[in-house]
Every structure is written in structure tokens, then in C-alpha cells.
Design a binder for this molecule. Sequence first.
Ligand code: G6P
Length: 630
Amino acid sequence: MCGIVGYIGTQAASDILLEGLQKLEYRGYDSAGIATIWDGKLHRVRAKGKLQNLHDKLEGLHIPATIGIGHTRWATHGKPEEHNAHPHADMAEQIAVVQNGIIENYRELRDDLKAKGYTFRSETDTEVIPNLIAECLQQVNTEGNAALPFVEAVRRAVNQLQGAFALAILSAAYPDELIAVRQQAPISIGFGQGEFFCASDTPAMVARTRTVLTLENGEIARLTPLGVEVYNFAGERLRKAPRTLNWNPILVEKQGFKHFMLKEIYEQPGVVRAGLEAYLDSDWTAASNRSPIHLNLPDAFYDDIDQIQIVACGTSWHAGLVGKHVLEQLAEIPTQVHYASEFRYAPTPLTPHTLTIGVTQSGETADTLSALEMEKHRRAEMDRKFQPKLLGITNRMDSTLAHIADYLLNTHAGIEIGVAATKTFTAQLIAFYCLALDLAYRRRTVALERLEQIVTELRQLPAQIESILEVQERYIEQLAHEFEDTQDFIFIGRGINFPIALEGALKLKEISYIHAEGYPAGEMKHGPIALLDAKVPVVAIAMPGLVFEKVLSNAQEAKARDARLIGVTPMDDHEAAEVFDDLLPVPEVEELLSPLLTVIPLQFLAYHIAARRGLDVDQPRNLAKSVTVE
Ligand code: G6P
């Protein structure tokens, strides 16, 4: 949430900053801005709305500066207007700051600064920071004994800030220094040849360098044309070595697709294949005498798991619901799923021998991280059987989650840019299936023949997803035309496909702005059925298995209320063909694994309705990909 970039080197900073911001725009797009230094002065250019507006403003300005910072904003404090856009400067227009996060004690700091004569021009929390640094710089310079006055002033200022934040800072008085700070919000440093970068996320730098250093909480980096120094908040110099990303910059390009979301939908067969390659033993048979899954977790992980609690937000929470189903049905471990934002302030009473799983594709969602930290701390104070055991499921092994969790499972989906999660969701499902199968094998809760059957079907999934992609897109694109003006949608499913109904509804809400609800199909008659008429289409997920006939009956109940019925059903199922007005068929598959197929047409449906409405699919209004504020 909110994207930060910084550059110091020999090239035109504003071009490089814009290029970086473009890669970070998924983090927020309420406004954007850059600050550069040239001719001894600070120059700020800011624009409300999408990055293109900033781009248009910058065109023709030809700023020759070789140092600068930039920001793309997701508004928290203050409306998305230009005067609230970052970078913010101190009253004297000497120091510029971009921030990602929230300064919780900004009112107090602002009042103190106001009392000292500082004036403010925005409603943001961020504006206190450049003014506080200016105040500290004045003290430092008056004392006159700091070797690096600018860093020292920043250090004194950040020690007074409360909250979670990442900062990039410039001062016209120190035109060869760019400072980056991390406290509970991510920021990384990039090392080029005679040029250095900082950014909230590595995609912003990957086209220019793959040598990066991710700052830890409580660290300050000083970037100069000569190199990078890192200090802690106490002012001690730290020795840190950068690492090389093994990333392909092509992943952050659209590669001919109209939107990242569409490209990412199409990447799913590969993502599922990568997940299975990572965790599924390719030679395994029921006779192998070992687990079909190798998660590369130490033995200690498997000890004493009597209960599981999952915390997550958004789409990751839906993956958690599927996870609960398989962990309970296969491994027979009682599992609860919590919204991270609820769990943090109303945690369940402590249970012994409990595995806590945090699911977050970005590894940076503030609600999820805070909930996990809270759980870790409250358990650490208890006796042995209550001790924390935290497993993180994430797509970003270098994220903050990695610092909090004791164990990690990588979802191997590759970077996802579209704000609406697609491939990271299917990748999370694969992680849950593998975890549940591994636990089921070790606990002997599933017969070997049954395990073999599931493993065989798992291996077929990538090809089955491919077949859905090939056959369905055109049809769904056509179908989407008919819902251009629809205002409400209902999605129903039961059992393991209930979370997919929720996910289908969420996808549609997020990108098409159509009101949509996901319901357990059997609950319809207890209220929501009152909403139905000819104007409210119902999408039912009806896959063969325990609840197939039940879902068909629930769909019939909707049809009897004139609702148009769309069915995600197995191919060539005559019964389903009779019930539904429109069919979104998927290959027949073991019910337990069906979410990996049934979600695909729903992603397409949401995508094509939104695209048909001419909406910005990759950057839907008011949303951000990675929500780093609570
Ligand atoms: C935001 C995104 C959602 C995402 C959720 C959780 O709200 O817009 O698409 O599902 O965050 O993100 P995480 O990175 O924790 O999985």
C-alpha cells in the first residue's frame, strides 16, 4: 500500500522514478509525485489520480536532476487531492519525504512543531516528518559535532515516530544523499553501477538491477553516488550484504495480454505445475513407504499438532477456508479460519498444541502480520504446550512474514501485479492440499489407495486448467456482454466449493463494482432468496460429489424465483444441462480438488464483465494489492 521509489546516480532521475512508480502503481493510485534536487533546490511535482497525470505534468519539464524520490499513494489520512500527495516537504521547502505507512502519533508531533512555529499545508500524517527532520537538523547543526548531520537528523526524527512506516528522504542541503528508513513497512535497496535505488518492492528495480538488500525493521540506509551504508536506529553502522534476485523482469510485463489479470489467469497451469513440482514426490506410489509430499519442513514442525488456526485477509482468507476443509477432511485436524483484522482484537481462547497458519501472498498485509505477532507474543509467555508454532504460506519469501513465521511454504506463483488475486489463490490452494496430504499421510488418516487416487488426480490438474482456458474464454467473453448492466449477482456453492462462491463474488465486486454475494447454497432459503428476481443472476457451483444433487436443488429453488441460472458444472452432465440457463463446464474431477478448476471460469467471468464495462481491471478503484496499514 503506497509505493516508494528513490534514485541516486548519473541518469535523469525523473524518468527512472516514473518507470519504478509504474511497476508499483498496484500499491495505490490515488495520486503520485516526485521530488528531485537540482541547482541546490528541491523540486516537487505532484498530481491527483493515476500516474499518467503525473507523467503528463512532467512531460516538457525536462528535469536534469540525478537524485530523486517518488510515491504512488493509497490515501489514509487526507483526501486524494494534490496538496495531500507525496512527496511532502518541510515548511522551508528543503527536505522532502515519501512515506508508506501510518504515523500514529502525528497529531502530538504536529502540535509540538506548530508550537515551535512550523506551518502545515496538508491533512496528512506524513507532513510532520520533513518538519521534524528540519527541527532535528537544526539541533544537530547547532551542536556541530555529527559526522553525517543529515543521517543523524533523520535518526533522531524517526526515533520519535510511532507506527509502521517506510520512508525515502532528500534534502536540498545534502544533494548527494538519499536516505531510506524501514520500520514495519517494507523497503529494499538496489545496487547498480554507480547508481543506487530504493523501492517498496523489488519489481520497481528489477529492470535496472537484481542486486538488492531488503532493510530490516529499525534500519536506516544512506545512499550516495559512492555506495550504501546501513545504520540502526541507535546510529550504529551495520554490515549487510545484498543478494541477487533470480527474477525474470519479463514477469512484470504484460507480454501481449490486455491486462495483467488476464495474463495471470493464463499463468495458472504453470503455477500449479510449479507448486506440484516443488512439493509432490514425482515417483510416489502407494507402495513407496514415504509421504507423497516433501515440504522441506523439519521434523519438529510435525510434532504436537492437535489444532490449527488460520489467519488471513481477502482472497487469502478464502484459500484458508478451502485449507480448513482439506485439513479437517484429510488430516482430521480441527481447524478454524479467522479474518486477521478480527482475530487480532478478539483472539480465541488459547488452545494447546496449536499450529497457526498465516496466509498472505504479499507477506506484507498489516492485519495478518499483526495478528500473527500478537499470537506469537501471547503464546511465548505460556507454558510448553501453548508455545507458538507459526507457519507462513506466501508468494514472497523475502517479505516481512518470513521474519515472523517459524516455518514457510512458498507458493511459487511468481510476482502477481493485477490487484485482484488469481494465480496466487490457486497457488495457495496447492500449498494447502500438499500440507493436508502430508499431514494425512503422517497421521495415517487416509488410506493409501485413496491418497494415491488424490495424487493421481492432482497431477492432472495443470492440463485440466489448460483445457478450461482454451475452451471457455471466448464463450465467457460473449456471456459477459449480457451482464454489462446487471447490478447484483449471487454465487452459491456448498462444501469445499462454498469458498469458491465467495471468491467468485469477491472477484466480481473488486473489478466490476457489481454488488455480489457468495452464499452456502443451502443457506439461500434462509434469507437471501428474498433478493431474487429476473434481474439477479445466480451462479451455482455444482460439482459431482457429496453435495451435487443438493446444489442442483438449491439452484432450482432460485430458478423458480425467475433468476437466470449459470452453472459451473462438469462437462457433458445432462442433469446440469437441464437445470442451468448457461453452463461454464469444467473437466470432471475429484470433488475435493474441484476448487482448482471451478474458480477459473469465475475469474474469467469477473474479468470479462469488468473489461466489457471499460473498467480498469488491474487497478480497481479504492483498492491496493498489498495493504500495509491496519
Ligand atoms: C488486498 C488485495 C486482495 C488480497 C488481500 C490480502 O485487499 O486487494 O486481493 O486478497 O489484500 O492480501 P495478501 O497479500 O495478504 O494475500
